[in-house]
Design a protein around this ligand. Structure first.
Ligand code: SF4
Length: 92
């Protein structure tokens, strides 16, 4: 099985009211390297046509890679989802 297939097995319970990761759009717009676009294994960061970074926390694997790689501190909040919310990994 490929990585994408394995990721497709995971189950997500989304906290619709509380994003566990939040970005500062202004900082992200001025960030030159935008490492988030390439490091996220779930490919949750996208570059819009207008140069803005868009992000959807649904589907987050809670790996923390973006938090570590974001040197310009555009990620203003990163915490694990509350309780049993978030990702549940499954192996097939
Ligand atoms: Fe992507 Fe991992 Fe950051 Fe979640 S924690 S947004 S999966 S890099």
């Amino acid at each position: 099985q490929g990585v994408d297939e394995l990721l497709g097995l995971d189950k997500f319970t989304i906290d619709e009211e509380n994003a566990h990761i939040r970005l500062n759009k202004e900082i992200c717009a001025n960030c030159k390297d935008k490492p988030c676009l390439v490091v996220c294994p779930a490919k949750l960061y996208k570059l819009n046509d207008n140069g803005e970074v868009s992000f959807d926390y649904a589907g987050c694997l809670e790996c923390g890679t973006c938090r570590i790689m974001c040197k310009d501190k555009g990620i203003v909040l990163w915490k694990y989802p509350a309780g049993t919310l978030g990702v549940a990994f499954r192996c097939g």
